[in-house]
Design a protein around this ligand. Sequence first.
Ligand SMILES: Nc1ncnc2c1ncn2[C@@H]1O[C@H](COP(=O)(O)OS(=O)(=O)O)[C@@H](OP(=O)(O)O)[C@H]1O
Ligand SMILES: [Mg+2]
Ligand SMILES: [Mg+2]
Ligand SMILES: [Mg+2]
Length: 386
Amino acid sequence: MYITLSCLRATTIVVPTLIPKTKTSTFSLITSSSLSMSTYHKELAAAKKAACLAARLCQKVQKSLLQSDVQAKLDKSPVTVADYGSQAVVSFVLEHELSAEPFSLVAEEDSGDLRKDGSQETLDRITMLVNDTLANENAYSALPLSAENVLTAIDKGISEGGPVGRHWVLDPIDGTKGFLRGDQYAIALALLDRGRVVLGVLACPNLSLASIGMQTQQSSASQIGCLFSAVIGEGTFMQSLDGSSPVKVNVSAIENPEEASFFESFEAAHSLHDLTSSIAKKLGVKAPPVRIDSQAKYGALSRGDGAIYLRFPHAGYREKIWDHAAGSIVVTEAGGLVTDAAGNPLDFSKGKYLDLYHGIVATNQKLMPSLLKAIQESIDEKASSL
Ligand SMILES: Nc1ncnc2c1ncn2[C@@H]1O[C@H](COP(=O)(O)OS(=O)(=O)O)[C@@H](OP(=O)(O)O)[C@H]1O
Ligand SMILES: [Mg+2]
Ligand SMILES: [Mg+2]
Ligand SMILES: [Mg+2]
């Protein structure tokens, strides 16, 4: 039996489907034995709803991006009306769907620049986008939101996180540069419970439902827009952003590194492409790197499109938890491993930043030992050549 799951219906339960698993597919469908009410089912439904609504806002903006929609932050990185609007929508929806729980949100954006003189027009545009996005949500009596309400919703993301209690972690648009290019980006939302990631949702509006891996022929007719979701101990699922039934996904089972392909940042400034190419060479990887923006890389990895994700930022860069929290649980619940370059698990309990040895590595359990060895050799060689 099928029941369509709309990701916008916050209370919908995952429903069993009974189609046999194909030999080549890394997807498997949910069986009735896996149907259980998880500890985080309410939070998962709210997170999916928030991410889908935010994705809708982002899609609307990406279709008709105006020059005035884009600004530079203090660190010179770009931010758009969609980053702010997405953060306001997610913050508002989570707080209203889970009103019985204390609400703490660690998020990338804040309203500082929007409160400055000369920002009124931008703020009005964001407020209009947020209200348009939430217009059909009749359950929210607080609508329509004023500009001040929108600023308040954005600033709920001020929490520092940490090892105590629950904290939502949000990147309202991960891969803003990809978003601006019309390429990949993700709305990445996770829940920390006592410092551990227990739930993650990744909305990837420009990612096809079909594989983007090297070996698979891409169909231009493939539907675009994926929603990945994972709850601790329950696996990772993928569905279309407009609400198909979720299918269970698994990371690649490839054991021979020569057959593996790897993902890395599109932006060379975000990861040392020369180091990753040396690692790939040592491993015997034949395929060229697949460079795509954002945590869409984690989503693609979770369904086996590629076998490895390598991320080695330039010296001095500190990774933020919102760039990895949702993606890491999406991969680990699909059977993969996500560690730093020494094989240590990522520690999300330290506040906004991750303390890492060199970089972040994700792959399956079989490939990880040889991958870590190749990484260490490449790091040592690079250090001795300096
Ligand atoms: N110098 C440097 N090094 C490493 N990482 C950086 C750097 N600067 C930014 N960022 C973060 O990278 C996030 C974008 O993710 P990706 O690198 O995977 O995508 S992309 O290739 O850059 O498009 C991006 O996330 P968003 O700001 O949400 O887009 C940043 O948090
Ligand atoms: Mg980001
Ligand atoms: Mg961002
Ligand atoms: Mg940013």
